[in-house]
Design a binder for this molecule. Structure first.
Ligand code: 6PG
Length: 242
């Protein structure tokens, strides 16, 4: 692992959820002192669900008022669709308190995934300004068994996007076209946190965290100036020694 990275292995989900909530709170407090705003990008899939549900109960209103929620990636479906990442984030987190619409930055559902990516990038540039890559305070990432993260899949052209902030992707075997933040944005993050559970991911975790195998997209998540943190349950960590 590189100097700015850390691995924490948990015996129980409860302790992992609790630690994630504390990290969120600490990172938020520092960001609010520093800039007055807390910028977070969330991934979809199933792993985040209990973590986001716990946040809804734990984080005080004072933090939420100045928190901005972005999406790491999205499936090209309406937000009301059961497969929508934003839909999942609304159900598990956002619907539980009154966060202002102006603090929510979902990926627009346009006619095509390409148009959604373009529209999302325009929205991000309007919000952050378009000089440098935006620095998000916290980016929550998951890991697929194929070593993908966000919607950056193995051997996919999206891996090569180094200029645009977002891109659209299609991967065989994956039901929907996807829209995703690109490596430059993910690696500009201040605190990039992988949350990975389950023995079905243990070999991939070893391939990425220990072996640093470049063929897996998650290996290329290397924050330029920020911190990289792997929160692993003991099953996902069963093939690495910390
Ligand atoms: C998505 C996610 C994706 C996810 C991994 C792991 O849109 O599906 O952003 O990158 O993090 O596929 O998914 P699980 O947490 O469901 O295993």
């Amino acid at each position: 692992m590189t100097t700015n990275s850390e691995i924490i292995i948990f015996e129980t989900r409860e302790s992992m959820v609790d630690t994630f909530g504390n990290l969120w709170q600490d990172t938020a407090r520092k960001a609010l002192i520093h800039t007055g705003r807390f910028m977070v990008a969330l991934s979809g899939g199933k792993t985040p669900i209990p973590y986001l549900e716990a946040l809804a109960k734990k984080i005080p209103e004072t933090i939420w008022q100045n928190t901005h929620i972005f999406l790491v990636d999205e499936r090209h479906v309406p937000w009301s669709d059961a497969d929508s990442n934003y839909g999942m984030i609304q159900k598990t987190l956002l619907n539980h308190f009154g966060i202002s619409e102006s603090n929510l930055h979902p990926i627009p559902f346009e006619k095509t995934a390409e148009l959604s990516a373009e529209s999302y990038e325009n929205n991000l540039k309007q919000f952050f300004g378009d000089s440098d890559f935006p620095v998000l305070d916290l980016i929550m990432l998951g890991l697929g068994t194929d070593g993908h993260t966000a919607s950056l899949f193995p051997k996919n052209a999206a891996l090569n996007e180094k200029v645009h902030w977002t891109t659209s992707t299609k991967q065989s075997g994956i039901p929907h076209a996807r829209i995703t933040l690109t490596y430059p944005i993910l690696n500009a993050g201040k605190n990039v946190i992988f949350v990975v559970e389950g023995s079905n991911k243990s070999e991939r975790v070893k391939n990425i965290v220990t072996d640093r195998k470049k063929k897996y997209p998650a290996t290329h998540i290397q924050p330029v100036a920020g911190k990289l943190l792997w929160l692993l349950d003991k099953d996902a960590a069963s093939e690495i020694s910390d």
